[in-house]
Design a protein. Structure first.
Length: 185
């Protein structure tokens, strides 16, 4: 469990630099843009690798609670919506304008859905950490930034919806092979 926690601290810690006013800019000024980006990337990848490895080796599973069946349906509904939001972060459109930070909102939905549907300690740590981090970062971002510019047309939104649904369908079919949990079948 310590490996998972270490990974979460590294990954979410480096992604939380924006929460501390001026911290990112100060580090970037002191280190230089390229070394800062390189360090950020290395710490992120190391944290991500430790999260994956820590979750894999978290055996035997410590069950905190047994989620009711409806929580699986909740996750089944929230995750495709989360993927649409995540894709819309890269597609200028109305979704991005309304939500402002669709990547964080999508991460929140993904984490909440998985948190509700999993009762193992390692899953609660993983998804609970991502949920809390994304909620705090989402609120902080909303408070400090203005909305993206108004866009005409619905092309970016349609692209986000189609690609988000496609990604959800693909993940549902390979979830068992990637994470050991069957979603359909």
């Amino acid at each position: 469990m310590l490996v998972l926690v270490a990974g979460l601290v590294l990954f979410l810690g480096v992604h939380s630099l924006r929460l501390i006013p001026g911290a990112r800019d100060k580090l970037q000024d002191q280190l230089g843009a390229t070394p800062y980006k390189l360090g950020y990337t290395v710490i992120s990848l190391l944290g991500f690798a430790l999260i994956i490895y820590g979750k894999i080796i978290a055996h035997p599973p410590v069950v905190i609670w047994y989620p009711p069946v409806w929580t699986r349906h909740l996750a089944f509904t929230l995750v495709p919506l989360a993927l649409i939001l995540i894709v819309s972060a890269y597609a200028p459109g109305h979704i991005r304008r309304w939500v402002r930070h669709p990547m964080l909102a999508g991460t929140m939905l993904w984490a909440f859905g998985h948190l509700m549907a999993n009762g193992e300690l390692s899953a609660v740590l993983l998804f609970g950490s991502f949920f809390v981090w994304s909620a705090i970062t989402f609120i902080a971002s909303w408070m400090r930034e203005t909305p993206p510019p108004i866009v005409k047309g619905w092309g970016g939104d349609l692209t986000a919806i189609v690609l988000g649904v496609l990604a959800a369908l693909i993940l549902m079919n390979i979830h068992m092979y990637l994470f050991g949990v069957a979603i359909i079948g």
